[in-house]
Design a protein around this ligand. Structure first.
Ligand code: HEC
Length: 223
């Protein structure tokens, strides 16, 4: 009869086995990516400029032309997307927000179609913006959900539109008059672009997004 393997041998075999499986998973993921190119911000922009970017140009013409002298073109839209993404990273928005609709009914009912791997294959997803926790809602389907004005007010003082909000104020997205500065225009454009690549955009929900409203009686309506 063979001797029972010692616990050291078992540990060693377990470690070799799990290392091998990790290597195989990494190799498969790596090779499946090799054949696919990643979209640049310009290529994303060439797919279409979201209406809200044009609307910023119409509503704040003097300021917009100062920040984006070429007007609302594919190039300036790409620039705004890239800057908006950089601000999203720098301000740690990802600390409180995800960009990933999980394949579970609660997520899909609230935000629309579940996220697909292909949505992350572009320059704006470096580093990938899935996030780790939701102090605030998922933002991957944020485009066209709110107006530019809503975002402007929300970044200035979130409680002005959502009374119970714990989201910090981002006053440095505004100029002295409360208009969006370049950073403000970029982050709003980035927000309005999220999910604009979906076929169902801008009507991925068959109902308006839930919202919190001031109630004259003093009680608050929930999200
Ligand atoms: C401390 C956590 C926190 C941080 C940091 C934070 N948020 Fe939020 N955010 C929230 C919460 C909570 C809500 C939900 C209440 C509300 O709408 O204000 C929210 C809501 C939002 C909404 C509205 C979503 C919708 O349609 O209902 C947007 C857009 C948003 N955040 C963008 C941002 C951006 C961009 C940043 C970074 C500049 C950021 N948030 C940083 C907590 C946070």
């Amino acid at each position: 009869m063979m001797d029972k393997p010692s616990s050291k041998t078992l540990l060693f075999a377990g470690m070799v086995g799990s290392s091998l499986s990790l290597l195989v998973v990494a190799a498969v993921a790596h090779t499946s990516h090799l054949s696919r190119t990643e979209l640049t911000a310009e290529q994303l922009a060439a797919d279409g400029i979201v209406y809200e970017f044009v609307q910023l140009a119409e509503r704040f013409p003097v300021e917009f032309n100062r920040y984006f002298p070429a007007g609302a073109t594919t190039e300036s839209y790409a620039e705004a997307l890239r800057l908006g993404r950089d601000i999203y990273v720098a301000e740690a928005c990802w600390h409180c927000h995800t960009q990933q609709v999980r394949p579970i009914p609660a997520d899909e009912q609230r935000w629309g179609p579940r996220s697909q791997a292909s949505e992350y294959r572009n320059e704006l997803q470096h580093p990938i913006m899935r996030g780790t926790r939701r102090v605030g809602p998922d933002l991957s389907r944020e485009g066209a959900r709110r107006s530019n004005d809503w975002h402007l007010a929300h970044f200035y003082d979130a409680t002005s539109v959502v009374p119970t909000s714990v989201m910090p104020a981002y006053r440095w997205f505004h100029d002295a008059r409360g208009y969006p500065n370049k950073r403000g225009m970029a982050i709003i454009t980035y927000m309005q672009s999220l999910g604009s690549w979906l076929d169902c955009y801008p009507n991925c929900l068959d109902r308006p997004p839930s919202t919190m409203q001031r109630d004259p009686s003093g009680t608050r309506e929930g999200v």
